[in-house]
Design a protein around this ligand. Sequence first.
Ligand code: CUA
Length: 327
Amino acid sequence: MWPGGPVLICAILVLAGCDGPQSVLAPGGEDAFVLANLFWFLLAGAVVLWCAMNGLMFYVTRINPRELSERGAQALILWGGIAFPTVVLAGLLFYALSIMPEQRAEGDGGLRVEVTGEQWWWRVAYWPEGADEPIISANEVRLPAGSRSEITLEADKVIHSFWVPSLGGKSDMIPGRTNRMSLAPTVPGLYRGQCAEYCGESHAKMAFTAEVLTPEDFAAWLDAEAGPAVPPDTALAREGRAAFFAEGCGACHAIRGTPAHGRVGPDLTHLASRATLAAGTLPMTGEALARWITAPESVKPGALMPGYDHLPPERIAAMAAYLEGLE
Ligand code: CUA
């Protein structure tokens, strides 16, 4: 069998998995399109080079050295071994360099999203144009399609890296400095981001959802997000609200419209609107919330949040019912 056959089959199988909400090869924004094109361009260049070099090697092993003049051998080395790879590799290099300015484009001034890497979750603050105060959320980034939003990146204690493969390149988040990037999503949908720099024992459990909305839906969502939390109106949820404050949860978490103003942990204001819990680790359900409150350590080793396994399960279920319903 042709030796390249298995390689080609493996490559096709691997690339067949490159779809879904967290793939560089399934772009949903301008920057990601550029990067996906770069990938295909580099792959094509590498395939051309690989085929040419293999062809040359194959040819060299088949010819009778006595039939090849000294000039012929020199020409083979000069053109096949040096000139051709240099031209192909230089072409790839210049193409890659030429797209770098695009990757550093500034936002169009409409929206700035400030994302801070915490251990191990994401603090997210939206600054619409002209805003004096940010709208705080956590563990999800929502962006309007059709405009270029500025993303400013910070970190609390250790280095993290912000990456939504379907929307653009990644950028490090470094304590004590602010890194800037911009994203111009074009295709509304739900994408997934992931911390891309090892940041401690739960680095792998530091994901987030990135949702791209149409400009109208985004404006409506931001409007709702800016408002106070609307708690669920059930007896269980009221009991849960009382338990939440009695246990002192408001010292670490904020819920707008309530006395909870803590800044240590994620803001919980409109928790019900988020797709996941604990930075992409659990689904947003009452059961998952109860599990998280009972023993965060079992879900996310090293998490700062203390466990409440000393409380009766009914009390935790009530707290979960309250939080799960925060619209
Ligand atoms: Cu944060 Cu890895």
